[in-house]
Design a protein around this ligand. Structure first.
Ligand code: GLN
Length: 192
């Protein structure tokens, strides 16, 4: 199994380290020729969604990435990665890949509460969660499963092979969300 990590900007190293600790081969996606190669899953890290969205277009990675996601490659977006996937962003006129049927709210916790740590359930198991100028999910479409709710706000969702968290599991030493994603990739590999 080989997982590609989008390495244009933001917290990508932390994802690579966790995957490597779990014995998973990783692959850095930095330019067009990288997205054209074969890999079994892809991670879109946290960072700044507008900058990442712009770079995806400038580097001509955007269209092929959308195509891969539409063709059902498992994808995991954290924080800005969730915003890249969202079909609509309530407080931003931009959208990016727009493959995940959610309406997200950007920088949703305001300035004071922009960053915080908490413990909450992910897929029915309590895990540590780190939020940094995080979005949350305001609305989900049909077929979107809610995996975490914190203070009444949806912060983790899954739609088929797309997984997204408003928090940063790569900034904690709990590997549960990565393991959940690795299982998605494994299951998908069985079907192709
Ligand atoms: N606030 C960032 C954005 O809107 C996301 C923050 C993050 O990824 N930690 O893109």
């Amino acid at each position: 199994m080989k997982i590609g990590v989008l390495c244009l900007q933001g917290a990508f190293i932390e994802h690579i380290n966790i995957l490597n600790n779990l014995g998973i081969e990783t692959f850095e996606i930095r330019q067009k020729k990288d997205i054209q190669k074969h890999f079994d899953g892809i991670i879109l890290p946290g960072g700044e969604s507008t900058t990442m969205g712009k770079l995806l277009k400038e580097l001509d990675i955007f269209d092929m990435l959308v195509e891969k996601i539409k063709n059902n490659i498992p994808v995991f977006g954290t924080c800005a990665g969730l915003l890249l996937l969202a079909k609509k962003i309530d407080n931003d006129h931009r959208t990016h890949l727009a493959t995940l049927d959610i309406i997200a709210k950007r920088n949703a916790y305001g300035r004071q509460l922009g960053s915080f740590n908490t413990l909450a359930d992910f897929n029915n198991k309590q895990i540590p969660m780190t939020f940094i100028r995080a979005p949350y999910v305001q609305e989900v479409g049909e077929g979107v499963e809610i995996l975490s709710i914190v203070d009444g706000k949806i912060v983790a969702v899954r739609q088929n092979n797309q997984l997204a968290t408003a928090f940063h599991p790569e900034l904690t030493n709990c590997y549960d969300v990565h393991n959940y994603f690795i299982d998605m990739v494994k299951n998908n590999m069985k079907h192709i």
